[in-house]
Design a protein around this ligand. Sequence first.
Ligand code: TRP
Length: 377
Amino acid sequence: MGEKEGFTITPWEVSGEIDYDELIVRFGTSKIDEKLLERIARYGPIHTMLKRGIFYSHRDFNRVLDEYEKGNPFYLYTGRGPSGNIHLGHLMPWIFTKYIQDTFDVPLYFQLTDDEKFLFKEGMTLEETKKYAYENMLDIIALGFDPKKTHIFLDTENIEKLYPIALKVAKKITFSTARAVFGFNNSNNIGTIFYTSMQAVPAFMVSEWEKKQVPCVIPCGIDQDPHFRVARDVAPGLGYPKPSLLHCKLFPSLSGDDKMSSSSPMSTIYTTDTPKQVKKKVGQAFTGGRVSVEEQRKLGGNPDICAVYQYNYYLFEEDDAKLKKMRDECVAGERLCGQCKMELTEKINRFLEGHQERREEARERIEEFLMKSVNCH
Ligand code: TRP
């Protein structure tokens, strides 16, 4: 899957320059269009990430809204594979998830797949991935989710709730399907082949527990879609509703590549970075600037390839007018990269200061968020 012309995108690998419109065709999803945005606007303000096409693709969100209007609300499900520290790119879809939660007043189930990262990451022990799960939880809590409506869980610690559903899913998926969708071969360990059934479980568990069809909406990076395509395929046969999806583009890296990756720490800003580290990383970022000040004044810069501009576009400049001004000044040669880097450094550090404070406070709040008793939360 996903290895045709130009770029590769699977839940475990992203390479090449991603053509997001092409992905809609390749995966068979739907574009989030004006009509859908108008529908969402009935419930609250349209989030910048929707306006700017960062959350840009979906499956069946119209159907979910039909049900919602009939008085059958949905729940949210998203997740994180805890294999390291959290960077800004991870926060993006979670911030959006909170917006959907606040707008529609719905519960959220947050899966921490310590099993996944143990199985897929060479050299990663279960103890390590579990430790990261608890560290990562602090970042989730720091975003301000409502503990009464937000239920976080680790796969290994909740397996007795999850396993019966995972089994039902697994029985419906052949090896040949898993191989075709995820590109497995004979050297994959057998845990990796089973894993997708674990990621499907939260999409079905509330329906299972409440013994009725409860719609599920999954905000996620579009790279996770293959898991949910499989989940959607097996859902009717198990008597569950097909989960709906809201897909986002991948957060850019400071080096100008498509996805902020944990494998290159200098092009990634972690939530635990110090102001000095942020300054250094932004200072070394790839920009759309010219080779010299004179040339830039004469020819202008190129915001479309500029990581600093992308950071503003994705997360750090929500004011459309200010963003446009930044862009216009850059293109006109009136604004130099140094100024943009300084401003972005300040914005990130301001954000991180608050986040790090809330993150520390979260250490005392973990219990409030952990998914409780067997029958639901
Ligand atoms: N597989 C995801 C990762 O590697 C984690 C995950 C589990 C997830 N369930 C999810 C992501 C649901 C988005 C939505 O990070």
